[in-house]
Design a protein around this ligand. Structure first.
Ligand SMILES: [Zn+2]
Length: 92
């Protein structure tokens, strides 16, 4: 019988199925009020969802280019890259 290894900090893995949509909503700001609190409460005791939310927020903050934190050159480079990605997507 194969025994699964229980990691102490088992934070890698998919988020709870029923939470995924809400987590995305919280990350992009479309989920507010009570539902947001519900999600934030959930992530405090669910490491999968917590990590998922963190990854989403990191992704979104890169996409939104916090301009005051970025040197103009880098912001411009990212913008160009983003436009190039959009162009290659719309070709399909
Ligand atoms: Zn969860």
């Amino acid at each position: 019988m194969k025994q699964s290894i229980m990691k102490k900090d088992n934070s890698e893995g998919p988020p709870c199925k029923h939470m995924e949509h809400l987590l995305q909503g919280v990350a992009d700001g479309s989920v507010k009020g009570l539902r947001k609190w519900f999600v934030l409460f959930h992530v405090t005791h669910c490491s999968h969802c917590g990590n998922f939310l963190k990854r989403l927020q990191t992704m979104l903050s890169v996409m939104h280019d916090k301009k005051d934190n970025l040197p103009p050159d880098e912001a411009l480079a990212r913008l160009k890259l983003k436009i190039r990605n959009l162009e290659s997507e719309s070709k399909e």
